[in-house]
Design a protein around this ligand. Sequence first.
Ligand code: ZN
Ligand code: ZN
Length: 345
Amino acid sequence: MLALCKTAPTVNGIELREVDVPTPGPGEVLLRVRYAGLCGTDMHIYHWAPRMARRMVLPRVLGHEVCAVVETLGEGVQGIQPGDQVSLESHIYCGNCRQCLLDQKHLCEHTRYPGIDVDGGFAEWLVVPASIVWVNPPGFSPQLSAMMEPFGIAVHACGEGTGVAGQRVLVNGCGPIGLMAVAVARALGAHQVIAADLNPLRLSTAEALGADLCIHPGDQDLVKVVQAATGGEGVDVAIELTGAEAGLFASLAALRRGGDYRLIGAPADPVAIDLTQWLRTGPTIHNIHGRRIWRSWQQAGDLVSGGRVDLSPLVSHVVPLKDGPSAFDLVLQGKAVKPLLAMDV
Ligand SMILES: [Zn+2]
Ligand SMILES: [Zn+2]
């Protein structure tokens, strides 16, 4: 079968290869992949980022944001049927460690990821443990199904701490997950949703998804604009996704005293925090790593199935698997919001 693989430990180092169709073992399922989304993690792998990518054993089939149809079940798999259309949780959790047993599977100490630690979904066929399969209801859009994994992160972020209902929410960094957070904050009753990003395409998408105010930090002072828009008080909730030190501190400065700071995108290098300032202003930090399994999935599925969030404006490109490397170019050039690879065209 055709598969898009990381083959060399360098920048790029990505190519199409013919590989064997995998066989499901006990507790696993064989899936026919329909769509798979390209995301920031794949771009880190493209750039061979030290913290994330360099543990990979190459060659590795990439891809962890998957819509697929169940083909066959390995021994002992229950609750899933051939023909089911599914999305995948990307954290392969062990189910036995203390975090897993305390309903914190997203923090499992033995987590493995498809597309990093095991072969992923940029391929025509994929084998995964049945424990990460989420069955979508009949008629659920296949393209949206491929976006439920990142969407679950946005749902997780909006549901932590004080939530978003009735509050002023800043989403700083409007890649796909930031844009999804804009839509979720709107759907869950935020009083005001402020979006910030340097890319005009992303900002216009944020507006289409319901942001009240869009800020371009290259042209505007983010903190001053937020202060002006909130009567000088700052936002109640800051969701930080820039992955940049300047963005991280801008979100903190835009937050009201005692507000909720939810960190999704972390800078690559350590950051010095002024703890005296931290004590005085009293933010509560929530680290949003992955999804709450399966609470975020349940909520995410309801929001999409109920029509309260429309993720379709995020699908900017659908690229056949055989042209897969061009999807990376689209993101590198800032032209794409969420490219999906399509396996069956
Ligand atoms: Zn992803
Ligand atoms: Zn575990």
